[in-house]
Structure formats: C-alpha cells, structure tokens
Design a protein around this ligand. Structure first.
Ligand code: CIR
Length: 252
C-alpha cells in the first residue's frame, strides 16, 4: 500500500514564513482544510502516518520540504530557511524506522519542494532555498540510484514545485516564466492559465488528481487530458506559499 506522512497545522501557523504575494494564514481554517486533505489521501488508499505538530515550528505542516524518498532510501534535507531546520529531526525519527537515511550537510541547502521525481529523472530546483552544494549532494545520491539529475533554475516562485506540478507520470502544469521549459524534455507540458497565476497546485493520487479549487480553468486543461480532478480548497496553505505537494511525504 502507498504511504504518506503528514504533520498537522500548529497553533502558531499564522507566524509561518510568507512571501511577498502571501498573507498570514488563518489557523482554524487551515486546520479544517488540512483535515480535508488528509481525508482525500485516506480515500485514495494511502496509509497515512502523522508526525506530531510542533508549535515552536510555524511551518512544520509543510513536511515535504524536510525529506525526499528516493528509491529505497530517505534523504533528510537541510532547509534553506534556517528557522525551518529544526523541523527535520522529528521527521527523521519516524522515517528512520522505515528507510536507511542520508542527510544533506552544510553548506548545502535543499528543500523537498525543489525535488521533482519523474520516472528515472530527478529534477532539482536551484531556488531561493536550494543551493549549488545541495544540488551536488543530491546529484551523488541520485547517481547511486542509477537515476539522472536535471538542475533547473527557478524564477519568481519559492520552489520548483511552486511552478512545475506533476499531474501524472509524464505531464506537468507549468507557470509560464518560472523555468526553462526546454529542460523538461520528454515531459508533456500544460500551462497554468494566466488569470490563475500561482493559484494552481496539484497532487496525483492514483486514478485522480487533487487540484486547488481556485484554479478551475487550469483544472479543466488537466481534465481535458483525461485525468479525473478532485478540487480542494487550501486557501490558507496557498497564503503561506504552500501547495498540495508540500503537505505530505509520499511513498508510492
Ligand atoms: C516557507 O516559506 O518555507 C513556507 N511558508 C512554505 C513552504 C512550502 N513548501 C513547499 O511548497 N514545498
């Protein structure tokens, strides 16, 4: 069975790091939206394990940034935002029961939101949060697995997966202008609707794709590829620069 790890919304979520287009999220509403997200994972057949929230870590709900599952290994990241680095320890404690773990070490920084695995290719964003040393360290682990690393410069958004969202094994939705699309060779590209810029996020869940409910035109483009979309309102997660991938660590 596929597994997913999630971390609930802490009491302090209104102090999460917010980018220039964001706003402080509402904690109670975020909690309801997060519960709904977890329900969708359970309905899709995921075995969901919960890492306790930590009120000292306002961004801890964005658990994807702390770890990357690559083949049979777990990679514990070193988040680019220093305030987020203490999030890693308790995630490692749980994942360590299931996977051999390797850690990204200083001076490297890597956020899981910058890592997109498509078949045998690992795309990694060079972003505000992931630096060259982080990319190099990831590259060694990727080649150990016999996989290919493709570094991608990310512009105008926080992470690679803020601007490039997989909706199935070979298709991504791209926010125009955030990456050099020539680097996404072999992938089918759908563009985010201009009027829905930065509002679309997605998470493929087996036969369906969870999509943000406030980007219906982009969702329709995904539907027209034959995918079944399931909309979810995560306004408070988007407010704090998050999306649908960042709320879980997924083992498929
Ligand atoms: C941050 O700035 O780190 C958080 N407020 C948002 C992180 C979102 N993570 C993700 O999309 N992978």
């Amino acid at each position: 069975m596929a597994s997913a790890w999630v971390r609930p919304v802490p009491e302090t979520f209104d102090q999460a790091i917010v980018g220039k287009h964001g706003r402080a999220p509402q904690v109670a509403l975020a909690r309801r939206q997060h519960s709904e997200y977890v329900s969708r994972l359970v309905e899709a057949g995921f075995d969901v394990e919960t890492i306790p929230a930590d009120d000292r870590l306002p961004d801890c709900v964005f658990v994807e940034d702390t770890a990357v599952l690559l083949g049979s290994r777990g990679i514990m990241t070193r988040p680019g935002a220093p305030a987020r680095r203490p999030e890693v320890e308790s995630v490692a404690a749980l994942l360590g029961n299931k996977f051999p773990l390797t850690s990204i070490v200083a001076p490297g920084t890597l956020d899981g939101g910058d890592v997109m695995i498509m078949g045998d290719t690992v795309y990694v964003g060079r972003s505000q949060r992931t630096n060259e040393s982080g990319v190099e360290q990831l590259g060694e682990l990727v080649s150990d697995q016999g996989m290919r690393l493709v570094p991608v410069d990310v512009a105008g958004v926080l992470h690679l997966k803020s601007g490039v969202l997989p909706v199935d094994a070979e298709t991504v939705v791209v926010t125009p202008g955030t990456v050099d699309e020539d680097l996404l060779d072999g992938l089918r590209i759908v563009h985010e609707e201009e009027t829905e810029r930065h509002m679309f996020s997605a998470l493929p869940l087996g036969d369906t794709v969870l999509v943000t409910s406030n980007a219906p035109l982009t969702a329709r483009r995904v539907e027209s590829l034959g995918r079944v979309v399931v909309p979810i309102d995560v306004s408070e997660i988007l407010a704090a620069d998050g999306g649908l991938t960042c709320l879980s660590i997924i083992q498929r």
